[in-house]
Design a protein around this ligand. Structure first.
Ligand code: FE2
Ligand code: FE2
Length: 264
C-alpha cells in the first residue's frame, strides 16, 4: 500500500489559518475517529524514507554507532529521550519572542508554542511507555542510557536544537521532519519484526495514559508500537508544514490537521 503525499494549494509555502490544537473528532460525530493502525503501518513500510540531508544522515549514523543498527526497546527509549528536546527549544524560543507588537506574528507564535507543548507531551508519553515496558520485561538500561552517557547525549542535543532554532527555524523544522520520518519507519519495522507482540497484552499506567491521550484503544504491545509510529508521522507532517513543505504531508484517514501556520 502506498501512502499518499498530500497535494495542498500553497501560496509562498503557507497553508493559511489552521486549527490551534489537535482535534481528534475528525468525522464530526463527537467521538475520536477509529484509525486502522495495521493499515497505516503497512503504508509506512511501503513508503520509501524521505531523502535525508547530510546532517540527518550523520545524526542517524551516530545513533546507530552508539545504540546499534537494529531497533531495540532500549534504542527506541534513547530516541525518545532526545525526541522532545527540539519542541522544548522551540517553545522556549517562541515564548521569549512573544513581545512582538505584530498581532499576526504573536498569534503564529502562540500556535507554535501550543503545538510544541502538545508534541513534547506526546514524546514524553512514548518515553514513559517504553520505560514501563523495559521495567515489565526486567530489562536494564544499557550503557548509553545510564549516566553520564545519557546526560551527555541530552546536553549535546539541547545545544544542537537550540543553536539550529536560533539560526534558522525552517532548517530546524526540516531537520525535525526528517528525524520524525526516520522514527516512523523505525517503529513500523520494529512492530513488523515482532509479530508475537500482537498476542502480548499491553497494560500498565503509562499505556493507559497513552491510550487515553491518543483516543486509541491499545490492547496489545504491537498496537502500542504502531500507534507510536503514527504519532511520529503526525510530528513529521506538522514539521514539514512548518518548514514550508506541505506537499510532503502523508495523509491518512482520521489524521489531525497539521496545526502550525508557517505564515507568521
Ligand atoms: Fe516519539
Ligand atoms: Fe516524534
Amino acid at each position: 500500500m502506498q501512502a499518499r503525499r498530500r497535494a495542498v494549494a500553497t501560496e509562498n509555502g503557507c497553508i493559511g489559518a489552521l486549527p490551534e490544537t489537535t482535534d481528534l473528532d475528525h468525522d464530526g460525530t463527537g467521538e475520536p475517529m477509529a484509525i486502522d493502525l495495521r493499515r497505516e503501518q503497512e503504508a509506512t513500510l511501503a513508503r520509501a524514507s524521505y531523502t535525508y540531508s547530510p546532517l540527518t544522515r550523520v545524526f542517524i549514523a551516530s545513533m546507530d554507532l552508539v545504540a546499534g543498527r537494529e531497533t531495540t526497546t532500549a534504542k527506541a527509549k534513547m530516541l525518545e529521550v532526545l525526541a522532545g528536546i527540539p519542541y522544548n527549544a522551540w517553545e522556549r524560543q517562541e515564548q521569549a519572542l512573544l513581545g512582538s507588537r505584530d498581532r499576526q506574528t504573536v498569534e503564529g507564535r502562540r500556535r507554535l508554542i501550543r503545538w510544541a507543548r502538545e508534541a513534547r507531551d506526546n514524546e514524553n508519553l512514548h518515553l514513559e511507555v517504553l520505560a514501563e515496558r523495559m521495567r515489565q520485561q526486567g530489562e536494564p538500561d544499557p550503557w548509553f542510557l545510564v549516566q553520564p552517557m545519557r546526560f551527555g547525549a541530552e546536553l549535546f542535543y539541547i545545544l544542537f536544537a537550540n543553536t539550529l532554532a536560533a539560526a534558522d527555524m525552517r532548517q530546524a523544522f526540516q531537520f525535525n521532519a526528517e528525524f520524525e520520518d526516520h522514527a516512523e519507519h523505525a517503529y513500523a519495522q520494529f512492530a513488523a519484526d515482532h509479530p508475537e507482540w500482537d498476542d502480548e497484552p499491553a497494560n500498565g499506567p503509562a499505556v493507559r495514559r497513552y491510550s487515553e491521550s491518543t483516543g486509541t484503544e491499545l490492547t496489545t504491545w504491537g498496537d502500542v508500537v504502531r500507534r507510536i509510529a503514527l504519532d511520529e508521522r503526525d510530528h513529521m507532517n506538522r514539521s514539514f508544514v512548518a518548514a514550508g513543505k506541505p506537499d510532503q504531508v502523508v495523509e491518512y484517514e482520521g489524521m489531525p490537521e497539521p496545526a502550525v501556520d508557517p505564515c507568521r
